[in-house]
Write a protein that binds this ligand. Sequence first.
Ligand code: CA
Length: 414
Amino acid sequence: MKQNFALKLFKVFIFINILFVNIQVFAKETVNETNSQIQEEFEEWKQDFRKTAIQKGIDSGFLDTVLPQISYLPRVIESDKKQSEFLLTFWTYTDRVISDKRIRDGKNMMKKYKSLLQKTSKKYGVQPEYLVAFWGLETNYGTYKGEINTLNALATLAFDKRRRAFFTNELITLLKIMQAGEQTAFKGSWAGAFGNFQFMPTTYSAYAVDADKDGKKDIINSLPDAFESAANYLSKMGWNDSQSWGSEVVITQKLDWNKIHAKGKMPVSEWEKLGVLRADGKAWNAKTKPIMARLVLPTGVEGPAFLAYRNFDLIMRWNNSTLYALSVGILADKIKYHHAPIYAKPQQSVISRNDLKEIQNYLKDKGFYKYETDGILGKGTRKAIRDYQKSIGWDEDGYPSQKLLNHLRKEGAK
Ligand code: CA
């Protein structure tokens, strides 16, 4: 379970990085740029890793052929360390990942692979538009699967000390896959994910499928294998193809935060009683009313609002990011329906990491926040903001808005 959680967190991290780092061409996968000291340490690490791998059941003869070919890639570490200056908002994120072109391409993919998608959809109980939406977000429909040797990427990250246990496990899993001959050559992202749906080795190991029955689970080059593997993963998590991911809503009255915090999830009909209505102005139908849903406010009460169903939570288990999950759902809708707008009006204000640090500092002074003022929007920061909002009678959305910052600055100046 712990491993799973680390994987989820890590996927968010790489996704955010991939958005912000200009996709770099790793043309030179050589060690030229590395200084000799790191190179020496890397060779020593290989010896230690060799012992660990043997303990985990990798054949020593196999390691003798593979290990000498593994290289340290300095740019993997550079990419891994990059952080963006601004927090992603719903609008900046969706502008990037749900472009008009991506929607058009998605509709074309639905036509082009209609029979394959329908067959996969029936077999696993996952609607085709969701498979296409994941595919679009992960690799732009297979056009950016990554060209980095996965062995080198994972070895570099396993050698680096920051998340050694996590990547060592992924690397050993990859070696087991290679040793079993399921697939022998892996290329993908700098973070060690590969194939049309960017699986990490542990995900591949648990869920990959040989759909075209050629004896290999080839999620990089075979679309039947890739689609079935993604559908199998979603299906095993409990995907429900009689429901969607959720729906955009409008908040028409002051929210009852005590009830929302106490219950978390409520039937759509309960939300309706709290004044949470469909954004398109239509009434909920009888089939939707009993569905358990939670309220998702990616940029606070003043931004767009959504009711999210169980499938939404499964998208977040694939990649533990609210913005990613919303994007998969919205892209799926836009691919499937001719008219699937977002009704909320785009907001312009974007706060930077420095702004968030400032908010954290104010909340620390006031006794609401007790962690590092790092400019990262984590659980502790969200809770501190919620607690402070509650104390001054504001909506408890936990969102670090410009309005909140202005308010705190005024307070601080007193
Ligand atoms: Ca195959």
